[in-house]
Design a protein around this ligand. Structure first.
Ligand SMILES: [Zn+2]
Length: 392
């Protein structure tokens, strides 16, 4: 049984808030039994919905703190921790501001608007993908990671708002822009009558829904392939880790494939491994049942290694998300139930979102999160008595 532990190591709090040196940080990750991390870099900082000044502010903040990008990676290597550089593929609000033609369009011809932090990008633009591939190549040439972690690798959709009671009919679908419709015809061989664009979309969805979904899935998978080939020019043994949505074929009438364009079998032709986000508080699911059911489905669909990602902190609690009726805490016992479900599942290990929560717990003298990772790694979780996990 493989119980690898991956950590989403986002942000730079470890440096300027917790004051760790590169060596201290890497040693601390090792002390938490972490095998690999997903990290950010300054070549392609993870976009935020904050203004374009974000990148400048980040650079200044890190310059003050003395951030050493290659030094941190050397420290990780020194501790035997593999690192995957994050690459956001179809999410970048500042790029969208510069290139409005990347704005996704829905079936009624409406342009996508930002909801909260999220707004997607149309995935069919070849220049955007060429840019992502060039950046991937530069990251690998400069930082020599073991792998690339591809995030937002899908057609647009704010899946974090898909609650158990949500109907498929209420989920908007993108992208039906002219470029997408033209490419669909060219690449699928389907002839769409030369009519006004909304009529074309209705024609496709009525007569060629299956072909349309398959085309979307091929666009996403080909994006993985193009990025991988670019990265391989610098490092032939580069590993691609693709971030997937943890809903299956029977959730929302297969919306992960039809709306988001993620088909595991097609992605597996290009990616080396997968992560799937089992964020049970965000999605309001029972972690044990969800992980058991969905990982069995994934196992039946790919031979690639895959990891279940758990969340450690509640999210989407702002008033604008109140329709989701999410609970405002994740009791520690529930985290253990998630880890136990991963242990019992066919996954290759767990990934956790995210590291800052471990640093905060540690600072307050709470080592339960850390101890749970060791118990997971050593196969001791199942035998730990429930009394060890008082309800928070
Ligand atoms: Zn489009």
């Amino acid at each position: 049984m493989n119980r690898r532990i991956g950590m989403k190591h986002y942000g730079f709090d470890w440096l300027d808030r917790f004051g760790n040196s590169c060596a201290e940080e890497a040693a601390m990750l090792r002390a938490h039994a972490v095998d690999f991390v997903v990290i950010q870099n300054l070549i392609d900082p993870v976009a935020t919905t904050a203004a374009a000044t974000h990148d400048d502010l980040l650079s200044k903040r890190l310059a003050v703190a003395g951030y050493d990008e290659t030094g941190f990676r050397a420290a990780l290597r020194n501790e035997g921790i593999a690192y995957y550089e994050n690459l956001a593929v179809f999410f970048n609000p500042s790029q969208l501001a510069k290139r409005p033609e990347l704005t996704p369009v829905d079936a009624d011809g409406n342009r996508m608007r930002k909801i909260g932090w999220y707004v997607g990008l149309c995935p069919s633009d070849k220049a955007h993908l060429a840019d992502r591939a060039a950046v991937a190549e530069e990251i690998v040439a400069t930082l020599n990671p073991e792998g690339l972690y591809l995030d937002w690798i899908r057609f647009p959709g704010f899946w974090e708002l898909w609650m158990p009671e949500t109907n498929r009919d209420s989920l908007p679908e993108y992208c039906f822009c002219e470029r997408c419709v033209v490419r669909f015809q060219e690449e699928s061989g389907v002839a769409v009558p030369d009519r006004e664009s909304q009529e074309q979309v209705r024609f496709i969805l009525k007569n060629f829904r299956k072909e349309w979904s398959a085309w979307k899935c091929s666009i996403v998978a080909e994006a993985v392939g193009e990025i991988k080939r670019a990265a391989q020019r610098q490092r032939p043994d580069i590993r691609i880790l693709t971030n997937g949505i943890a809903f299956g074929v029977d959730d929302y009438d297969n919306a992960v494939e039809e709306i988001l364009g993620q088909r595991i079998e097609v992605l597996a032709q290009h990616t080396d491994s997968f992560t799937f986000m089992f964020y049970h508080q965000i999605s309001r699911r029972d972690p044990g049942a969800w992980i058991a059911r969905k990982t069995a489905e994934i196992e039946s669909r790919t031979t690639r290694p895959f990891y279940a990602t758990l969340q450690t902190k509640p999210a989407y609690l702002e008033p604008m998300y109140e329709a989701g009726r999410r609970r405002s805490s994740i009791p520690f016992k529930e985290h253990i139930l998630g880890l136990q479900a991963v242990t019992d599942s066919p996954t290759d290990g767990v990934m956790v979102y995210q590291w800052t929560d471990y640093l905060e717990a540690r600072r307050s003298g709470d080592f339960r999160l850390r101890d749970a990772l060791h118990a997971f790694k050593e196969g001791r979780l199942q035998s730990m008595p429930e009394s060890n996990f008082p309800n928070d």
